[in-house]
Design a protein around this ligand. Structure first.
Ligand code: ABU
Length: 372
């Protein structure tokens, strides 16, 4: 054994640096995304299908592949710095991916694309216990997104974490419905992807110990869910939550478990009466209407819905980081005995999300449990 490999093997004998089983145990280490090098998403049909606002969809087509303008970038960077600083003062170790230039065009045998960003690690990486799984993402512009996280993934691997990747999808034209049109305000939801091959975004799953919840979406198909189900095996169970969102993408503006027995629910995306029976005994916190953010032009170019108010990050079972401009959400959490920690983050919306999206739990203090 070489000295280098011996040193790495020694490291893996110490406690695993990756350990996170749910969304609420005390947070010790987290990856926070970056904005440098971010490039506006491509105008591929899978991208426009997932953008909620008509005007944002229209704008996205024109600006696809551009670098983000500095007025959007500088404010978001400023808020991101504040968020990172806050996590530090709360005693959380913050790790960051490498800066990368996502405007570089790449190609596969079937298509070419520019990249997007590494602003939202929650989308591309799923942590289940001591395992980090790279997701088989459906957006072509996200094909190599995990690469800027690889230095961290390799470090965690050498220190004892398990590291795997779902089968790399081909993302050929056959995966997408060329006749896809945004669905009407009511009636059945239509998805832009089919079952050509397994795809999912990690952010379509939330974790409650041995039970995971998932929403099918414009980036997660049934085969992707089934792949993860078989990959995790016993004792894990994956339960589907029916989403009423018109442009479904990512569960973390739909439901978010805040503590054992306590679930935050977006009433526009979920019919509470149709939640899985196992959640019937849980306290359901119905998210209030999101408060409009005054003077926030970012909402016109947001890649996300107005329900980013639900996209909070739990520091532990009591303390929750919540967007400062969402007083109704802050009051709801207070009424239910939580300690909300307000932080400005509305400018992050054009980059894909809020606190939950912008982070990836690496270590939360606690063991795997069955809560149902
Ligand atoms: N990345 C989270 C976006 C979800 C939403 O638009 O509601």
């Amino acid at each position: 054994m070489t000295p280098d490999l011996r040193q790495k093997t020694e490291l893996s004998r110490t406690a695993c640096p990756v350990n996170s089983h749910n969304e609420w145990d005390p947070l010790e280490e987290v990856i926070v995304g970056r904005l440098e090098g971010a490039t506006i998403a491509s105008d591929h049909i899978a991208v426009t299908a997932a953008i909620p606002g008509k005007s944002a969809r229209w704008l996205a087509k024109i600006t696809a592949g551009w670098k983000y303008p500095s007025f959007l970038l500088s404010e978001a960077l400023h808020e991101l710095e504040g968020f990172v600083e806050l996590l530090g003062t709360l005693g959380v170790t913050v790790r960051r991916p490498e800066p990368a230039d996502f405007s570089i065009r790449f190609k596969t045998p079937h298509w070419t694309s520019k990249g997007l960003a590494n602003a939202c690690p929650r989308d591309s990486l799923l942590v289940i216990g001591d395992e980090i799984i790279e997701a088989p993402m459906a957006w072509r512009c996200r094909y190599f997104e995990t690469h800027s996280f690889r230095p961290l993934l390799k470090e965690y691997f050498h220190r004892g974490a398990r590291w795997s990747a779902a089968p790399k999808p081909e993302l050929r034209d056959e995966l997408y419905d060329p006749d896809y049109r945004p669905p009407a305000d009511s009636g059945p939801v239509r998805y832009v992807i089919n079952e050509f091959e397994p795809v999912f975004d990690a952010a379509d799953f939330v974790r409650c110990g041995t039970d995971l919840f998932v929403t099918r979406s414009n980036v997660t198909n049934r085969s992707g869910i089934e792949w993860l189900r078989r990959h995790l095996g016993e004792p894990y169970r994956i339960h589907e939550i029916e989403s009423l969102a018109r442009h479904p993408m990512h569960i973390d503006t739909t439901i978010l478990p805040l503590a054992p027995g306590r679930l935050l629910v977006n009433p526009e995306y979920v019919d509470v009466k149709r939640l899985p029976a196992m959640l019937k005994s849980w306290d359901i916190l119905i998210a209030p209407e999101p408060d409009p953010v005054k003077g926030n032009i970012q909402r016109f170019v947001s890649m996300s819905s107005r329900w980013l108010s639900v996209n909070v990050l739990s520091i532990d079972q009591k303390r929750v980081i919540v967007e400062k401009n969402q007083p109704s959400m802050i009051r709801l959490l207070e009424r239910h005995g939580f300690e909300p920690i307000p932080c400005s983050f509305a400018s992050y919306a054009p980059f894909g999300g809020s606190f939950h999206c912008a982070t990836l739990d690496i270590r939360r203090r606690g063991e795997r449990q069955c809560y149902f």
